[in-house]
Design a protein around this ligand. Structure first.
Ligand code: ZN
Length: 597
C-alpha cells in the first residue's frame, strides 16, 4: 500500500468572500494534487476550513452591525459554497469556531507550555489614545525598520517579508483613524522560537526537494528568530488554559496561533466524524505518512518555520527537549508548496480598490473547469502572474474548446455515426502504436510532475497527448475510409482509447468535464467525485450548526492508469463539452468585472 498523504490547505479568512487570487494560491493546486494522489492509489486526507478569529473579523462585524459569530457564520458558508462549486475535494472543510478546534489548540498549547517552549513576557502593546482600545498589529502602518518600505504592517512587511513588531516601525500610525498609537506595557505569552533554531535547521537541511525560493527564504530567517507573541488583548479567540489567564476575557490566543493548529484539529474532527476517533493518526503519527501544505507565498513563514516549531515543541523535540504531548509524536511537513501571486494590472487584488474578481461571480458565468485549467496551466506557480481576460479567453477557446473538446467530440461522433458503439480494432499500424505508446507513457511523465507539484508542466504534457491525437485523426482521415471499414474502425478505436487516456490524465485538472466524458464514452457511475456542503451539529457544542464540506471519494472509478475501453459499448451522440467564449470578452471582460487597465 502506498504512503498515506495529508493535504493541508491554507485556511481562508472569514471576513468576506474569496477572490480568484486566493484560490489560485491554496485552492486549485491542492485539489489537483489530492485528486492525483487518490487516483495513484494513496489514501488522502485533505483538510482545511475558515479562519474565524482575530481583529479583522471584529472590524468586519462592526461594519455589518453584527456579532463576530454572525459574521463568520455568513462568510464560512459563502466561502465553503465557492470552494464546493470549484470542486475542491476536501475530506473535511471546517472552521476554527468549533468546540473540537478549541480543545485541540488548548491541548497542543499545554504540551508546549510543559516542555518550556512558551515564555511569559511583558511587552509594549499599542492602544488607540482616543478610545483606549488595543490597536492590533495589522492596523498599525509605518516604515519598515529593515527595508525602509513605507507601508509596512505592524506584524509583517509585505515588501521584504520579515515579521515585525509594531513598536519597531518608524512613524507608526493607525490605519483605522490615522492617529499615532500609544505603546503601553501588557503581559503576553511568547513562543520561544530561538529554542528551535537547531532542530529547525536540521529539519530544513533535510528538505532539499522543496521549491528553492521556499527553502532559501526559510533558511535565511533561521539566524534571526525571535520569541513571537501567541496571545493578544482581545475578547474574540480561543481562551488560554492557564491559571491566571483562562478567566481574563481580554486575553486570547493570537489568531495565527490557533489557525495554524487547524490542520491537526480538522484531522481530529474528520476522524471523530468517521466514527473512528484515532483515524487521524494514520496521517500524523505514522512515520510513513507524508504531509503537503499548500498556500500563497505570504504564508510561507507560518508553514516552514512556525508550524514546524509548534510540532517540534509538542513532540518535545526542540532544542530544549521535553516529552511528547497528548498527540504523540507528530510528523513535520514533508513539503511546503507555495504559490506566488495572481495579480491584476501588476497589483495584488484589492477589495478596497475594487480590483477584485470574486470566485462566485466567476463560477456563475464560466463554471469551474475553465478556471481550474487556467490556474493550473497559466497560474502563479513559480512567479507572479497578471490575470487577463484575453489570456483566459484564449486558453478556454483554443486549448479547452478547440483542442480537447473537439477531440472528444469528433472521435465519439464518428464512432456513434458509423458504428453506434466502441468499434472493434484489427491490426494496428505503426502510427496507431506510436500514438498509444505516447498516451500510455504520459501517465509516468504527468504523474511525476503532479507528485512534485509541477502543475503547469503536468497540464502541458497531458495536452501534448491531446494535440498528438488531433493530428493523428487529421492524418488518418477515418472519414475517407468507407471502403475499408476494418481500418476505419481501428483508427476510431485508437482515437477513443487515447481520449479515454487523456481524460484520465486531465481528471485532476478538469474533474467535472471528466465525469461527462466518462459518460459520453458509455461509462456509468462516479468517475470523479465532488464535495458537498452539509450543515452538521458541532461535536462538542450542542445546538451549534457548522456548514462543512466533505465527500465520498473512495467510490470514484478514476485510477491513474490506461484502462482499455470496452469494444461494443454503445455510444450516444455527444454534446459539446466546453462553450467557446466570445472573443470580445477578451478585450474587456464580463460586465460585472472590474476594468483592467
Ligand atoms: Zn521591509
Amino acid at each position: 500500500m502506498s504512503n498515506p498523504v495529508l493535504t493541508a490547505v491554507a485556511w481562508p479568512y472569514a471576513n468576506g468572500p474569496r477572490h480568484i487570487g486566493h484560490v489560485s494560491g491554496f485552492g486549485v493546486p491542492s485539489d489537483v494534487f489530492s485528486r492525483y494522489m487518490r487516483m495513484a492509489g494513496h489514501k488522502v486526507l485533505m483538510v482545511s476550513g475558515t479562519d474565524e478569529h482575530g481583529t479583522p473579523i471584529q472590524v468586519q462585524a462592526d461594519k455589518e452591525n453584527a456579532t463576530p459569530q454572525q459574521t463568520v457564520d455568513k462568510y464560512s458558508r459563502q466561502i465553503g459554497g465557492d470552494l464546493q462549486g470549484l470542486g475542491l475535494s476536501y475530506d473535511l472543510f471546517t472552521r476554527t469556531t468549533t468546540g473540537n478546534h478549541y480543545k485541540v489548540v488548548q491541548d497542543l498549547f499545554k504540551a508546549l507550555w510543559r516542555n518550556g517552549y512558551v515564555i511569559p513576557k511583558t511587552q509594549l502593546g499599542a492602544i488607540s489614545p482616543s478610545t483606549g482600545r488595543t490597536l492590533p498589529d495589522r492596523y498599525i502602518e509605518g516604515t519598515c525598520p529593515i527595508c525602509g518600505y513605507e507601508s509596512a504592517r505592524g506584524d509583517q512587511c509585505d515588501n521584504c517579508g520579515n515579521q515585525l513588531d509594531p513598536a519597531d516601525l518608524k512613524n507608526p500610525r493607525s490605519k483605522i483613524n490615522g492617529e499615532t498609537p500609544e505603546f503601553v506595557e501588557t503581559e503576553h505569552l511568547f513562543l520561544d522560537l530561538p529554542s528551535f533554531a537547531g532542530s529547525l535547521g536540521t529539519y530544513l537541511q533535510s528538505r532539499q526537494d522543496w521549491r528553492p525560493n521556499v527553502l532559501k527564504f526559510s533558511q535565511n530567517l533561521l539566524g534571526d528568530l525571535k520569541p513571537r507573541a501567541i496571545t493578544r488583548d482581545l475578547d474574540w479567540g480561543v481562551p488560554i488554559p492557564l491559571d491566571g489567564w483562562s478567566d481574563r476575557p481580554m486575553k486570547r490566543f493570537y489568531v495565527w496561533f490557533d489557525a495554524v493548529i487547524g490542520y491537526l484539529s480538522a484531522s481530529v474532527e474528520w476522524a471523530r466524524r468517521t466514527g473512528d476517533d484515532d483515524a487521524w493518526q494514520e496521517f500524523w503519527t505514522n512515520p510513513d505518512a507524508q504531509g503537503y501544505y499548500f498556500m500563497g507565498k505570504d504564508n510561507i513563514v507560518f508553514h516552514s518555520l512556525i508550524w514546524p516549531s509548534l510540532l517540534l515543541g509538542q513532540n518535545g523535540a526542540g532544542d530544549k527537549g521535553g516529552e511528547p504531548g497528548s498527540f504523540g509524536t507528530l510528523n513535520l511537513p514533508t513539503e511546503v508548496v507555495s504559490s506566488e501571486f495572481l495579480k491584476m494590472s501588476g497589483a495584488k487584488f484589492s477589495t478596497s480598490r475594487g480590483t477584485v474578481i470574486y470566485v462566485h461571480d466567476f463560477l456563475r458565468e464560466f463554471g469551474p473547469d475553465s478556471l481550474r485549467y487556467f490556474i493550473s496551466v497559466a497560474g502563479p506557480e513559480t512567479q507572479d502572474v497578471d490575470f487577463t481576460w484575453e489570456e483566459f479567453v484564449r486558453r478556454t477557446n483554443f486549448e479547452l474548446a478547440n483542442e480537447w473538446g473537439n477531440l472528444v467530440n469528433r472521435s465519439i461522433s464518428m464512432a456513434h455515426k458509423n458504428v453506434g458503439a466502441i468499434p472493434n480494432p484489427t491490426a494496428l499500424t505503426d502510427d496507431d502504436e506510436t500514438l498509444k505508446a505516447l498516451s500510455r507513457g504520459a501517465f509516468t511523465v504527468v504523474g511525476d510532475h503532479l507528485r512534485s507539484s509541477r502543475f503547469k508542466q503536468a497540464a502541458s504534457e497531458a495536452m501534448r497527448v491531446v494535440s498528438a491525437a488531433n493530428k493523428y485523426i487529421s492524418d488518418q482521415e477515418p472519414w475517407k475510409r468507407k471502403d475499408d471499414v476494418a481500418r476505419r474502425d481501428t483508427i476510431l478505436h485508437t482515437a477513443l482509447q487515447v481520449v479515454q487516456d487523456a481524460n484520465t490524465l486531465l481528471t485532476p485538472f478538469l474533474p467535472h468535464a471528466s465525469q461527462k466524458i466518462h459518460e459520453a464514452l458509455g461509462g456509468t457511475g462516479v468517475w470523479a467525485a465532488q464535495p458537498e456542503q452539509r450543515d452538521v451539529e458541532d461535536l462538542d457544542v450542542p445546538g451549534q450548526i457548522n456548514p462543512i464540506l466533505t465527500g465520498d471519494y473512495a467510490g470514484e472509478q478514476a485510477t491513474w492508469s490506461s484502462t482499455p475501453i470496452e469494444v461494443g459499448r454503445p455510444l450516444d451522440k455527444p454534446s459539446p463539452l466546453f462553450t467557446k467564449l466570445d472573443p470580445k470578452l477578451g478585450e474587456t471582460g464580463p460586465e460585472w468585472a472590474p476594468v483592467v487597465s
